[in-house]
Design a protein around this ligand. Structure first.
Ligand code: PLP
Length: 399
């Protein structure tokens, strides 16, 4: 027996691989600071935990409806109305085992061999792999630091062919933190009106983590003409610090929601009943702590952006959201370590920073735009300060 052809088309997640490497090093007693994981360091709020405990006590411990309980679908409908001015009905809502599973279901349920999916780069690591697993082809459109990591309507239009099925828009972005304004989304929407066969997958996972008064917008909200062909994806992982609970969801066309449920019925069945009860509490409970957490992230962003930009050779744009920065390493590439190793790729720079600086980040190549690295600043101010000092010292030691 050998692994399948479909499996051969994908790679293990680079970010999860770095997280495992950090855990291994820590287990060996190495004092390494992990800035690789895409996970808030805040705890799940107590009122969410309490709802899960109540659900266990009340016997909500059995199979549920495949793509979400009626209570959670209602909470999601209310969430989209409250936060995004979007009107959906429960038959337009799908609940899945984390946002990654939502995207997986939607792509696998709609892609035929040869179909193309436009993926702006830098991209979240899983998009191309899921598209390839489904038999499709990711078509990359690159936006560097010079355009604040945001693609333009013209760039997207140049990539559209008759085979294009989806455009994936992730705002705020993992890995850059860049977020599209309502006007930028409207401009993309106007262009897409000329291409009615292209659907939009709006990955809004970081909706609640934005800075400096940035007003989050999602494309189905600001371009009503695209409502029927947009799947609006969101989840509990990042906003509510619920990465381990595995609840993601999406809203869109009823036929697509049904297709996703059909696939899910033959794979995971329903998401965990207890996690669904917790998600109802998260989405319907007090939301004021979201703003407080975003403020704490903004302080860390300012600290990290400031310290990184003070390192010669490193250029770090200031992101509008999420908890990542994506410094450009053009000024570091091609330099030599004190041991004589030529750092001619960002993967080697990241390896050097891990070995000599004891700081773990993820290289830009994993996200489709080099030379760069992604730093997740979802950790304490003290650790971030020490990590940036270590990065600075390690880079200063290069020739
Ligand atoms: N989309 C983006 C842009 C992400 O960064 C992530 C998680 O890293 C996900 C989706 C998936 O989130 P989940 O942990 O709910 O599967």
């Amino acid at each position: 027996m050998t692994p399948s052809t479909a499996l051969g088309r994908i790679q293990p997640s680079a970010t999860l691989a770095m997280t495992s490497r950090v855990l291994e090093l820590k287990a060996k007693g190495v004092d390494v600071i992990g800035l690789g994981a895409g996970e808030p360091d805040f705890d799940t709020p107590d009122f969410v935990k309490e709802a899960a405990i109540r659900a266990i006590r009340d016997g909500q411990t059995k199979y549920t409806n495949v793509d979400g309980t009626a209570a959670l679908k209602k909470a999601i409908v209310d969430k989209f109305a409250r936060d995004n001015d979007l009107t959906y009905t429960p038959d337009q809502v799908s609940v899945n085992v984390g946002g990654k599973h939502t995207l997986f279901n939607a792509l696998v349920a709609t892609i035929d061999p040869g179909d193309e999916v436009i993926v702006p780069a830098p991209y979240w690591v899983s998009y191309p792999d899921i598209v390839q697993f489904a038999g499709g082809t990711p078509v990359f459109v690159a936006a560097g630091s010079d355009q604040n990591y945001k693609v333009t309507p013209d760039q997207i239009e140049a990539a559209i062919t008759q085979k294009t099925k989806w455009l994936i828009l992730n705002s705020p972005s993992n890995p850059t933190g860049a977020a599209y304004t309502a006007d930028e989304l409207r401009a993309i929407g106007r262009m897409l009106e000329r291409h009615p066969h292209v659907w939009v997958m709006a990955d809004d996972m970081y909706e609640h983590i934005t800075y400096d008064g940035f007003e989050f917008a999602t494309i189905a909200q600001v371009c009503p003409t695209l409502y029927d062909r947009t799947l609006t994806v969101n989840g509990c992982s990042k906003a509510y610090s619920m990465t381990g609970w595995r609840i993601g969801f999406a809203a869109g066309a009823p036929w697509l929601i049904k297709a996703m449920a059909k696939l899910q019925s033959q794979s995971t069945s329903n998401p965990c009943s207890i996690a669904q009860a917790a998600a109802v509490a998260a989405l319907s409970g007090p939301q004021d702590f979201l703003g407080e957490r975003a403020k704490a992230f903004q302080k860390r962003r300012d600290l990290v952006v400031g310290m990184l930009n003070a390192i010669p050779g490193v250029t770090c744009p200031t992101p509008e959201g999420a908890f990542y920065v994506y410094p450009d390493l053009s000024g570091v590439i091609g330099r030599t370590t004190p041991k004589g190793e030529l750092l001619d790729t960002d993967e080697k720079i990241v390896g050097y920073l891990l070995d000599e600086g004891r700081v773990a980040a993820v290289h830009g190549g994993a996200f489709g735009l080099s030379p760069a690295l992604r730093i997740s600043y979802a950790t304490s101010d003290d650790l971030l300060r020490t990590a940036c000092e270590r990065i600075g010292e390690a880079i200063f030691a290069l020739r």
